[in-house]
Each structure stands twice: as structure tokens, then as C-alpha cells.
Design a protein around this ligand. Structure first.
Ligand code: MTE
Ligand code: MOS
Length: 753
């Protein structure tokens, strides 16, 4: 292949490294107003009165709005329509939007913000999963039932039962959320902003203003990271900016400060998991019983999707016949949680991969060997009863990670060294992971995508899709797929910004789906254009063949290698003959299913796989954990751009290290008290261990050039691999993340799980 499989330089690199890329705060329009949101200080309260008189008197303040000023519907359009754009009689979490302000200057905004008085009558809040369950405050529940767990546990020689707790995780994208809204002459509105899902934003703006979708045009600005954190919330911000613009008839720019963004916007759900595993002395799993809870916060937002994916992945990448998985996302008076790289899988993964490690130690078996005994292979059934038929990289990723990390050698070496060293203990730990690519049966109503491909008369090509670039490299990957289809150089392909008026609703850019779904939509368009061009090629080359090869900027008749025409000449001939060289492409994902009664069905059309091995040092005097090395082997089908794959593995691994060791949202009475990066600590380049990424290509027949997608996987298995390595080093098992020195110290008092 010409460009697919090559580590070509990313399309957006120059703009990003030189600073010429325009992020949303880089845009300014004449007469533009600035906006700010006044949010609730209360976790749960009745709003008795709002006094804006003093604020309205501030010079340069243009307008102050509440829900009463909404001409359309005051409900964010999502899976369960329960969240208002602006609170009405009650507030349900600290950080919930109540009042919007627009002003000519930022200082006027701040002054008005200070002068607005909201009078609350507090109501008793609910914060914990336990309380929420007791009160039956449930956003959404799912269950997966197969076989007979009573029989399964009877067959077990060892039963392991534990409780696990996982924390919030803040996305910490470099760029905070921001939107610029502008009325258009035809009575519509144009939205520009930082976002993952322009079609969600379009829907939300149409709803809040009560106008048709064709009056709302949404364009994605260059976006400074998202990680799931810009899936749903840009709809709120765009709704607010649009409402202010509608009332003031001026362009309105709304950029959140870091504090505002952390306090009010989505995060990874905290989890609580009760996990019971039955296993034979030969290592085979006989039964798994899981109760999985996520703290969804005040509104459902994306919790149904997150808990669904979490439940489907609760068994891990293993075969087991007797399964009972019950999963619920609960409602509390905390910030609503949503999508974050892995969608409810990292939480449950920490539990099942800790369980596997504990089981291996109980059985006196190598943890890698225990996984080998149970890993999914061709013909096996997943927990949902799906029979796997192709593209299963489970064993190859495991074997690659074991070999490259020198697992056995290191394990023995560290054991010996630990006998001699008194303070520093070394350890090595493993996790194995699988991940359903795309939205799966839980989101299948969104599982389609469009594309637009246009060849200009100089042979250069524009492509456009409905999924977004947020740093993962999608623009480059899709450009490579296009240039490969035409057999031409990558620099002939230019990808346009995402614009809802150019490509039909393509679903959200989530679930590592864009390479697969937009890649296939592009190929659909390319193939239709190529068919028309091949008719012309046949006429010019006087060839009857229906088969042409597109290679090295030539179109060649397969039967006769001498019959060839350059791509450029063929484009010119097509233009002369009025051949249509532009095309919309469309792709509908392969079918998936999920039976709500027992959770059986083909949950995803395919899965990607990974194995992570962590090597750590634990200082047993200070309980400081140092990560020395992470070996990560990933199967994503064809790696369209190996360098970008490695970049994803490196970045995702570091994000996983933050989740494992340091990131903690601190709450007081439901309020986030560390909403900035001086107190919410994320890893930096100095925390970067040696990361060794390895690519395994188990091609998927329906993927573009065999590709599946894997953008979320790199983060997912890191925390349990580290926790298992820490146990290997110092024999302390931690059941709660992040695995801080304090927690290690606490657990060391009752060491040995
Ligand atoms: N990588 C960067 N640099 N920035 C991001 O925001 N988001 C992740 C992952 N990698 C993200 C990223 C998440 S949550 C998803 S779902 C995938 O990228 C989406 O991209 P894909 O569909 O192209 O895999
Ligand atoms: Mo990614 S959490 O699916 O946006």
C-alpha cells in the first residue's frame, strides 16, 4: 500500500506547533459580547428568588437571562431528557447553571456576576451510591444473565469476593469548553466551537431556540483535546451562547474558566463494584457475579451509555459460562458524569483484573498463565453470548507484551532483588483488555456516518466528514484512507472542518469509531467516483476490462500493464466530459443486538484487544510508587498510521497513570474544592516512564483496509497493571484508586489480600 500503514506526518501538526491553528478563543467578531454563567452554590435547593436589579445596573451589561427567557424547550436533548439548560424551580447539583449574563466587557461580566443574588431554600442532598440505591434513585440499569451461577460457584475450587472503589477523573483537556454564537441573516444561527459532536450541538440549539435544524449551522473549531469530556456538554454551552445571541442580536462568545469547567462539566463516573469470581484449581473460570454501580450525578446525561458499555465489559476478555452482571448508574446531587475514554470500562477493568491477579496468587499460578487459560479465542462466547469469529488479537497481544517485557525473567529477577533490598521493592504486573469498537447495540440508532469527497480539476481533493479531530489524529488517518483509495500522494488530499451543513448527521465522535465509520463512508464515496472515472479510463485506454489498479498516481488496466493513464490526466479527461467528480458517501454499521431481559446478543460488531505490563518500584518506608516501564501491545486491526497509534498509546498510558496513582476530585458537601491544576494533580512529562508500544494487526474484514479503531484502549488497562505490579513488589493489595501513598500505608496495616 502507498500511504496506509505509513507513519506520515500528521495533517494538523504544522498549525498546532506554530500556533497558527485557531482555537475558539482565537476568534472575535465585531460587536461581540462576552458571556458568563452563574451556577448554583447549593447541591440541592429550591430557588426562592433571583434578584438581578443591581447587576442590570452595571454599565456595559447587555442582558441577564433565566429559564423564563427560553423560547424553545428547556431540556438538553439526550438519551433520557431530564436535564434543563437552566435550572427552573430547583437546583440539583453545585455548579448547575441558573442565570446567564452577556456584557460588552469581561470586567462588567464579573461585576454583574457578583451582584446577582439567588435566595435558596436547601433540601437534603444525596451524595453516595449507597444512599441513592436505598432511595431507588436510579438513572438506568442493565443486566447480563447466562448459565447458572449457583452451579458455577459449586464447581469452583476457589471463590474470590471483593469490593472495589474507583474515583472521579477530570478530562483535563488543554482547552476549556467554549462557543461563539452568531445570528445569520436568514433568521438562523451559526455556532462555532470546541466540541466532539457537532450534530448533538445542532440538536440542542434547535431545541432551546425552538427553531428548525436547518436554521442551525454548527462548525467545529480546532479543538484542544476532548477525551469524551466534550461529547455532551458543548450542547449546554452552545445553548446558552445561542440564547444570549438570540436576545441581544449580537455575536456572543462564552469561554469557561478552568474552575468553571471543572466544577460544572462532565467527568469520569466514580464506581463501586462488588465482584465475586469462581475458579477451578486448574484456572478455568466457572462463575462471575458482579454488582456494578456508577455515581451518575444529578442528571442522566450519558450515564445510560456508560453503564451499558461497562456491564457488557464486566467479565473482561474471558470466556465463562455462568454469569450474572447487574449494573446501575445512580442519581445523586453531584455534578453529572459522562463519557471519558473507556466509557465505564476502566472502573470495572480495575475490578476484574485485580480479581484475576488475586486468583492467580491463590492458585499459585503465574497471572499471565491464568489469563491464557481464560482469554477469548475464535469460537468463544462473550458474556453476552456473542460468538467471536474474526479479528481476535487477545493471544497475540498477550504474547507480544510478555515477550517484549521479558515477563518471566523480570519476575524472577525482582523476586531475588527484593530479598536483598530492604526499602525499595520491585514488581511487575499485567492486565488484559478487550473493547467493543463503536457504539454497539446500546447506541445503534447513531451508528451511521456520512462523508463528502470532491476532486478538483487540478486533481486535488477535498474530503469532509461528520466526526471530529480532537488530537487523536483522525484527519490524517482519513486523508491516508482517501489517498490510498485513489493511489495518489497524501498531499493531494485536504480535509475540511466539520460543518453540519456539509455532511449528514454522522453520530457522535466517540467509542473509538471514527476511523472505522468515517473511513468506510469515505471509501463509499471514493468507490463511486472511481467507478465513473474508470468508464472514462476504459474509453481512453480502449480497454474492455472492468478492473483497474489505482497505484503510484496512475490508473492501470489490470489485464495489460502498459495500458495506463496518469491520475491527473484522467481527472482532466473527466472534467472535459462533464463527469461528476464529487460524491456523498454513506456507511451504516454492521448489525448489533442486546436483549434487555438477559443481556444476550451481538453487543458490538467487533472488538479490539490489548495487554499491558507495568514495572514499578515501591518505597516501603514512604510508600511512594515509581513506574519504571509500561509495555503495551495493542490490536487495532490495520494500523493506518503506526506513529499515530504509538502516540495514542503513549498519551493514553500517561492518562492511565494519572488515574492509577494521583488524580482525585475532592468534595466538601458535594462541592468540588480542588477545581484547578495546582490542587487536582495530573501527570506531567516528568511522570512519564519508559513506554514501549507494540502494534498487533489482526485485520477486520469490514474495516477500512482492515482497521478497527482503538483510541480509548491505551488508558484502560494501565491502572490494574500498576496495582498488580505494586502487589507483586510489596504484597499490599489496594482496592481503591488512586493508589496513593496514604492508601498503601493504610492497607499495609492489614497486608496480604
Ligand atoms: N487523543 C487525543 N489526543 N485527544 C482526545 O481528545 N480522545 C480519546 C481518544 N484519543 C482523545 C484522544 C477518545 S475518548 C476517543 S473516543 C477517541 O480518541 C476518538 O477518536 P477515534 O474515533 O478517532 O479513535
Ligand atoms: Mo470517547 S469517551 O468515546 O469520547
Amino acid at each position: 500500500m502507498r500511504t496506509v500503514g505509513k507513519s506520515l506526518i500528521r495533517k494538523d501538526s504544522l498549525g498546532k506547533v506554530t500556533g497558527s491553528s485557531k482555537f475558539i478563543d482565537d476568534y472575535n467578531l465585531p460587536d461581540q459580547l462576552h458571556a458568563k454563567v452563574l451556577t448554583s452554590t447549593q447541591p440541592h435547593a429550591v430557588i426562592k428568588n433571583i434578584d438581578v436589579r443591581a447587576a442590570m445596573a452595571v454599565p456595559d451589561v447587555k442582558c441577564i437571562l433565566t429559564y423564563k427567557d427560553i423560547p424553545g424547550v428547556n431540556i438538553l436533548p439526550l438519551i433520557i431528557p431530564d436535564m434543563p439548560f437552566l435550572a427552573e424551580e430547583k437546583v440539583n447539583f453545585p455548579g448547575e447553571a441558573v442565570v446567564l449574563i452577556a456584557a460588552r466587557t469581561k470586567s462588567a461580566l464579573e461585576e454583574a456576576h457578583r451582584k446577582i443574588k439567588i435566595y435558596y431554600q436547601p433540601i437534603k442532598p444525596v451524595f453516595s451510591i449507597k444512599e441513592a440505591v436505598k432511595k431507588n434513585n436510579i438513572h438506568k440499569s442493565y443486566q447480563i444473565l447466562r448459565g447458572d451461577i449457583i452451579k458455577g460457584f459449586k464447581e469452583a475450587d476457589v471463590i474470590i469476593e471483593n469490593e472495589y472503589f474507583t474515583p472521579y477523573q477530570e478530562h483535563a483537556y488543554i482547552e476549556t469548553n467554549g462557543i461563539l454564537a452568531q445570528l445569520t441573516e436568514g433568521g438562523g444561527i451559526k455556532i462555532l466551537g470546541s466540541m466532539q459532536c457537532p450534530f448533538y450541538v445542532q440538536d440542542a440549539v434547535a431545541k432551546i431556540l425552538g427553531i428548525e435544524h436547518n436554521k442551525v449551522q454548527v462548525i467545529q473549531a480546532t479543538t484542544g483535546g476532548a477525551f469524551g469530556g466534550k461529547e455532551d456538554v458543548p450542547s449546554l454551552i452552545a445553548g446558552w451562547a445561542a440564547l444570549l445571541s438570540y436576545h441581544t442580536k449580537r455575536p456572543v462568545k462564552l469561554i469557561l474558566s478552568r474552575e468553571e469547567d471543572i466544577i460544572s462539566m462532565s467527568k469520569r463516573h466514580p464506581g463501586y463494584i462488588k465482584y465475586k469470581t469462581g475458579i477451578k484449581s486448574n484456572g478455568t473460570l466457572t462463575a462471575v457475579d458482579v454488582q456494578y454501580y456508577l455515581n451518575g450525578g444529578a442528571y442522566a446525561t450519558l450515564s445510560p451509555a456508560v453503564i451499558w458499555r461497562g456491564s457488557v465489559h464486566a467479565l473482561g476478555p474471558y470466556a465463562c459460562e455462568n454469569i450474572k452482571i447487574k449494573a446501575s448508574a445512580v442519581r445523586t446531587n453531584l455534578v453529572p458524569c459522562g463519557a471519558f475514554r473507556g466509557f465505564g470500562t476502566p472502573q470495572i477493568l480495575f475490578a476484574h483484573e485485580s480479581q484475576m491477579d488475586i486468583a492467580a496468587h491463590k492458585l499459585n499460578m503465574d497471572p499471565a498463565q491464568l489469563r491464557r487459560i481464560n482469554l477469548l479465542k475464535k469460537g468463544d462466547k462473550t458474556s453476552t453470548g456473542q460468538i467471536l469469529s474474526q479479528s481476535i488479537g487477545s493471544f497475540k497481544t498477550l504474547n507480544k507484551a510478555l515477550k517484549e517485557s521479558r515477563w518471566k525473567y523480570k519476575k524472577d529477577k525482582y523476586k531475588k532483588e527484593n530479598k536483598i533490598n530492604s526499602n525499595i521493592k520491585k514488581g511487575i504486573g499485567i492486565s488484559t483488555v478487550f473493547y467493543g469498537v463503536g457504539l454497539g447495540a446500546g447506541g445503534k440508532h447513531h451508528a451511521r456516518s456520512g462523508a463528502f469527497v470532491q476532486i478538483h480539476k487540478d486533481g486535488s481533493i477535498n474530503i469532509a466528514v461528520g466526526t471530529t479531530e480532537m488530537g487523536q489524529g483522525m484527519q490524517t488517518v482519513l486523508s491516508q484512507i482517501t489517498s490510498e483509495a485513489f493511489g495518489i500522494d497524501l498531499n493531494l488530499v485536504n480535509i475540511l472542518e466539520v460543518d453540519t451543513s456539509r455532511v449528514p448527521d454522522s453520530g457522535p465522535t466517540v467509542a473509538s469509531r471514527s476511523t472505522f465509520t468515517s473511513g468506510n463512508a469515505i471509501l463509499d464515496a471514493c468507490n463511486k467516483i472511481k467507478e465513473r472515472m474508470e468508464v472514462v479510463a476504459g474509453q481512453i485506454l480502449k480497454s474492455k476490462t472492468k478492473k483497474f489498479i489505482w497505484e503510484n498516481n496512475f490508473i492501470i488496466t489490470e489485464s495489460n500493464n502498459k495500458g495506463k493513464i496518469t491520475y491527473l490526466n484522467l481527472v482532466l479527461e473527466c472534467f472535459k466530459r462533464h463527469i461528476h467528480l464529487a460524491q456523498q458517501g454513506w456507511y451504516k454499521a454492521p448489525p448489533t443486538s442486546f436483549n434487555l431481559k438477559d443481556g444476550q446478543g451481538d453487543a458490538y460488531f467487533t472488538y479490539s484487544y490489548a495487554a499491558n505490563i507495568a514495572e514499578v518500584e515501591v518505597n516501603i518506608k514512604t510508600f511512594e510508587v515509581t513506574i519504571k516501564k509500561i509495555t503495551a501491545a495493542h490490536d487495532m486491526g490495520k494500523a493506518i498510521n503506526p506513529k499515530l497509534v504509538e502516540g495514542q498509546i503513549e498519551g493514553g498510558t500517561l492518562q492511565g497513570i494519572g488515574y492509577a496513582l494521583m488524580e482525585e476530585v475532592l468534595l466538601k458537601d458535594g462541592r468540588i474544592i480542588n477545581p484547578n491544576f495546582s490542587t487536582y494533580i495530573i501527570p506531567t512529562v516528568f511522570d512519564m516512564p519508559v513506554i514501549k508500544p507494540f502494534i498487533i494487526e489482526e485485520n477486520y474484514s469490514k474495516g477500512p483496509y482492515g482497521s478497527k479503531g482503538f483510541g480509548e484502549l491505551p488508558l484502560m488497562g494501565v491502572a490494574p497493571a500498576i496495582a498488580n505490579a505494586v502487589y507483586d513488589a510489596c504484597k499490599i493489595r489496594v482496592f481503591e484508586l488512586p493508589l496513593t501513598g496514604e492508601r498503601l500505608l493504610e492497607r499495609s496495616k492489614n497486608a496480604g489480600s
